[in-house]
Design a protein around this ligand. Structure first.
Ligand code: ADP
Ligand code: MG
Length: 543
């Protein structure tokens, strides 16, 4: 093994005496060392070292031009601190001062002249052994470093992946929490708005006849403010509302939706262009795509919101591209603009309700509604945006496998009068509903709770029951069930404040023919009465 070191090693000899160099070469040759280079000019030592890259240097001390100490000084600057390159000094002068100086200059060992051959070879071997161990250690270190680097990279990758998953979860959770909060606010506002809108509408015909123009204007302001607020509440509700089992879903062709919405929104983008002298162009890139099971009106709203936002994002004009692409399991609908784009944090937050960068001009509800609708359709939204360059919203929707759909209900007014039983623990709501219904020619009876309602129902004759859901003792669903037990054919309309668990559970509760969310406007109520009656006796209500 030790001879192995000698046969592998490259040895450089620096001695001004040619006979010494030859002698050393011979000694080394006998020991199996074939890779030996010698120089008699010490000024060549550094160049030889750099060129030959020896494993050990045998160095004479007494030399003309450059002595051994000077050579060691030169080598010091060339040998890196991590390298172990042994220098064996060969000298006749072995005083302790010389030894100290040589060691200080980088010598590892000494051999005195005249040379003892076997001692020389043993010492060289020892030093080579250390040299090769050192090299092996360096190799192992490099290997380890590589491994560590590779593992660190993998670890970093995993951490990044974790971080982005976590961000996604946090975002989802934040949207969910905001949705719950928005839902709570919407619920509380519903009752107040029901009053404002309901009594406002009732007051209107009276004021038309008896009031002054100024009173009429005030009332109109009140009504339109309440209508605006109702709109906001219903948008909030669109954001939060969970999917229901009985949602109306028909097979929809997204290309058709795209063409319709581009045309419907054209007054806005063409109009803006004319009014402000900027040019907004809308292009479509529609490819043949599978149908999606969807509510067409909701998808139109999604696309309208995205186009309006794109228009807002291009104050100096630009191009909006609406595209559809078939995917392996669905369809991608994309809206790309060449507008102002978003920062990363804007992009992160833009789906949140009330997040807007448009100040007074924005409500921050558009994308929240888009998000809610797409969630309920089982789809996803991806947003790519760069500040100053533009934005792409990509919506993925699953393709439908079901070709049949439910037709949207008609919106008509019933042309016959009904006897209606109204049930609500709030007198004021009973009164309001009664006023609405009697103004349409129906007759009404009110009950304050379920038990009273059942008593009245058993003794009287009613064509329709309208009941609140949240009431003490017996809730609306329970009452509906009890009514159906007495008279299965009598339609029951359930009024719910938004946020009732029943909505969250989804599905039409048994004993209820129709669910109507509060606040209820006159138009809502008419439509509900019409639909409930048509469901109960389709032929009787044909207009
Ligand atoms: P609003 O339009 O009332 O501000 P949205 O929910 O529709 O509310 O949008 C929220 C915010 O998202 C906007 O205020 C805007 O900052 C950002 N945003 C939406 N669409 C785009 C778009 N196409 N380009 C740049 N920013 C957009
Ligand atoms: Mg918007």
């Amino acid at each position: 093994m030790t001879t192995d070191h000698l046969t592998r090693a490259k040895i450089l000899i620096v001695d001004d005496e040619p006979s010494n160099v030859r002698l050393l070469e011979r000694i080394l040759g006998i020991s199996g060392c074939t890779n030996v280079r010698g120089t008699t000019d010490s000024r060549e030592a550094l160049v030889q070292y750099l060129d030959f890259e020896p494993d050990i240097i045998l160095l004479d001390l007494n030399m003309p031009h450059l002595d051994g100490f000077a050579v060691m000084q030169q080598l010091k600057s060339a040998i890196s601190a991590e390298d172990y390159l042994p220098i064996l000094v060969l000298t006749a002068d072995i005083t302790s001062d010389t030894k100290r100086r040589a060691l200080a200059n980088g010598a590892k060992d000494f051999v005195t002249k005249p040379l003892d051959h076997s001692e020389l070879v043993l010492r060289i071997r020892n030093m080579l052994q250390t040299r090769f161990l050192h090299l092996e250690m360096q190799r192992q270190n490099l290997l380890l470093e590589d491994q560590v680097r590779e593992r660190t990279a993998r670890l970093e990758e995993a951490v990044n992946e974790l971080r982005s998953t976590q961000e996604h979860v946090v975002k989802q959770e934040r949207l969910r929490a905001l949705g719950m909060m928005a839902g709570g606010v919407a619920h509380d506002f519903n009752n107040a708005l029901t009053m404002m809108l309901g009594y406002g509408e009732l007051l209107l015909p009276w004021l038309l006849q008896h009031g002054s123009p100024r009173e009429l204007t005030y009332l109109n302001h009140i009504i339109s403010a309440a209508q605006d607020a109702t709109h906001v509440v219903s948008r909030l509700r669109d954001f939060y509302r969970p999917a229901e089992n009985n949602e109306i879903r028909v097979p929809v062709d997204l290309n058709e939706i795209a063409v319709q919405v581009v045309s419907l929104t054209s007054p806005r983008w063409k109009g803006r262009g004319l009014a402000e002298g900027v040019r907004i162009e809308v292009q479509t890139e529609l490819r043949e795509t599978p149908l999606v099971a969807a509510n067409a009106a909701e998808l139109r709203e999604v696309l309208t919101n995205l186009i309006f936002n794109a228009i807002d994002a291009m104050p100096a004009g630009g191009v909006i591209t609406v595209g559809t692409t078939p995917l392996a399991d669905g369809v991608a609908l994309t809206v790309t603009d060449t507008g102002i784009g978003m920062t990363d944090s804007e992009r992160e937050r833009c789906l949140e309700p009330f997040f807007t960068t448009k100040g007074e001009g924005g409500t921050g509800l558009g994308l929240a509604v888009v998000y809610g609708i797409i969630q309920r359709h089982g789809g996803t939204i991806e947003i790519a945006s760069e500040k100053g360059t533009g934005t792409t919203f990509a919506i993925h929707l699953p393709a439908t496998t079901d070709a049949k759909g439910t037709a949207a209900p008609g919106v008509e007014r019933l042309d016959r009068t009904l006897r209606v039983l109204i049930v609500d623990d709030q007198d004021i709501i009973c009164e309001l509903l009664a006023e609405h219904l009697t103004s349409d020619g129906h007759t009404t009876t009110s009950a304050a709770d379920g038990h009273q309602a059942l008593e009245l129902f058993r003794t009287g004759q009613f064509d329709l029951v309208i009941t609140d859901q949240s009431m003490p003792l017996m809730n609306g669903i329970q009452l509906g069930g009890a009514i159906k037990a007495i008279s299965p054919a009598t339609p029951v309309v359930l009024l719910t404040g938004f946020g009732d668990e029943m909505l969250a559970l989804g599905g039409q509760p048994p004993g209820v023919d129709l669910v109507l969310g509060k606040p209820v406007s006159l138009a809502d109520l008419r439509r509900a009465v019409f639909q409930a009656m048509e469901k109960a006796e389709p032929l009787a209500s044909v207009a």
